[in-house]
Design a binder for this molecule. Structure first.
Ligand SMILES: [Zn+2]
Length: 463
């Protein structure tokens, strides 16, 4: 990394001078309760889309607010960069999670409040604050230089928290219009405070409901016990076959498609300042457990898993009830890593359950949803530029990290647009995304603007 690269003075001065206004405008954005999950807030979601569209129009973007069968998608384009300049697509979302439980908020969720360098509000970090810092960086270029060094498409949706259905369809229908040389998303946390991070891998998911039936109704366990199949026992037997004694998933073929992680990625992950005791304490676990032969970060980021998310059967109330339950149900999901396809995992899982089901049990497997895993090699001009930009803005060499969760839009964008995706988030692991007292660090909000502003300069040079 070139340690001498700095955020250019003209952009730095403008961002510093306009900081108060940038925050005041973010406050307005955050005051709109754009809760996508609640039908009664559909008008607010639309209001947030229009608010964002207006802000982008003010910095000379051509903006379209696309109506969908769900919430609107904002597509804003600025295509006046010099001939040969690359086109970048910035994705973000302006919808937020429901704020409940309200009594757990120190200040009201839609009344942005500053405390100790932290900005508290629903959406502060996920994702309005991070989307807004991108807009500020674009505004700096336009205001100071009357131009941008790259062509820019801003794609902002209002259904991220409820599955991104409309934007996924819109991407497919507008692949040509959205074509870009690089995709940048700021909707993830940094590995630790002060440590700028590029994410290289996300896990996918395959989620199932397994229902086991035995008899037409619950039976007296004295009259029938010993003579009929117990669905709870049958389900427990199926569940017990999912892992071996080393914590590996014991479904035949489960690991066949796995792409080994590269030596470079492994080295990056090994170099992270990971505090395992803190992780254990945060989990409230007496001890950590998992697949033998792997570290905690490997287990949560780059190894696939199988988890029982819930089980229910028979009598679970107070006291005793002597009953043989008529049915049992489990929710079972898999976290997937490249190149495990959810459809293939479904095939393997169904076959395995059929093989393991005790005679007499009727077993039904339903797939509830699936999402593909994603991994990127962090080489090439986009990642080189990101390393320099983050390094200059945070005065620290960025790390390559990963997450065990899923961001379904990422693999769709990659599949349809085909450009490398930079996950450059400015959140922190402790910022309570989706929870009460969500906040964003003002320092990260400021540095994030500078990193983005510099990134466009660097990409223009390298592009
Ligand atoms: Zn988000």
């Amino acid at each position: 990394m070139n340690m001498r690269t700095r955020v250019p003075d003209d952009l730095e001065v403008w961002l510093a001078t306009n900081e108060e206004r940038a925050l005041a405008e973010l406050f307005d954005f955050l005051r709109i309760p754009s809760i996508s999950a609640k039908p009664e807030h559909a008008g607010d979601v639309r209001r947030a889309a229009l608010w964002l569209a207006d802000a982008l129009q003010r910095i000379e973007f051509d903006v379209e607010v696309v109506s969908t069968s769900g919430h609107p998608v904002v597509i804003a384009e600025w295509r006046r960069a010099p001939v040969g300049a690359p086109t970048v697509l910035i994705y973000g979302h302006y919808d937020v999670q429901p704020p409940e439980p309200l009594d757990r908020w120190t200040s009201p969720p839609f009344e942005p409040t500053l405390r100790d360098g932290m900005l508290f509000a629903r959406g502060a970090v996920d994702d309005k604050g991070q989307l807004w810092l991108h807009v500020c960086a674009l505004a700096a270029h336009i205001a100071v230089r009357r131009t941008l060094p790259v062509n820019v498409i801003v794609l902002a949706e209002g259904e991220e928290e409820v599955g991104s259905r409309s934007v996924i369809r819109l991407i497919e229908e507008n692949a040509e219009r959205l074509r870009a040389d690089a995709i940048v998303i700021s909707d993830t946390p940094m590995f630790a405070p002060g440590l700028p991070s590029i994410l290289a891998s996300l896990r996918g998911i395959a989620y199932f409901q397994v229902e086991v039936g035995g008899t037409a109704g619950d039976l007296h366990s004295g009259q029938y016990g010993g003579a009929v199949l117990n669905p709870a026992t049958a389900l427990a037997r199926i569940v017990s076959t999912l892992h071996d004694s080393d914590g590996r998933v014991a479904i035949p073929g489960f690991y066949d498609a796995l792409r080994p992680i590269s030596i470079e990625l492994q080295a990056s992950l090994d170099a992270l300042p990971f505090d395992e005791q803190l992780f254990r304490a945060n989990a409230g676990a007496a001890t950590l457990a998992g697949e033998r032969g792997y570290t905690t970060l490997q287990r949560t980021w780059v190894r696939p898993t199988c988890e029982v998310n819930g089980m229910i059967s028979g009598y679970t109330g107070t006291g005793a009830k002597t009953v043989i339950p008529a049915s049992a149900m489990a929710k079972i999901s898999f976290r997937l890593v490249p190149d495990q396809a959810p459809e293939e995992i479904e095939r393997l899982f169904r076959h395995h359950v059929e093989q393991c089901a005790p005679p007499g049990a009727t077993v039904r497997v339903r797939m509830l949803h699936g999402g593909r895993p994603w991994r990127v090699v962090t080489d090439g001009p986009l990642f080189d530029a990101a390393r320099v930009a983050l390094g200059a803005a945070f005065e620290r060499i960025p790390v390559v990290a990963a997450t065990g969760g899923a961001i379904p839009i990422v693999s769709h964008l990659e599949r349809v647009i085909g450009a490398p995706i930079l996950l450059m988030g400015f959140g922190l692991p402790s910022e309570n995304a989706h929870a009460p007292d969500e906040w964003i660090s003002l320092d990260n909000f400021r540095r994030g603007q500078r990193a983005c502003a510099l990134l466009w300069d660097l990409l223009a040079v390298e592009g």
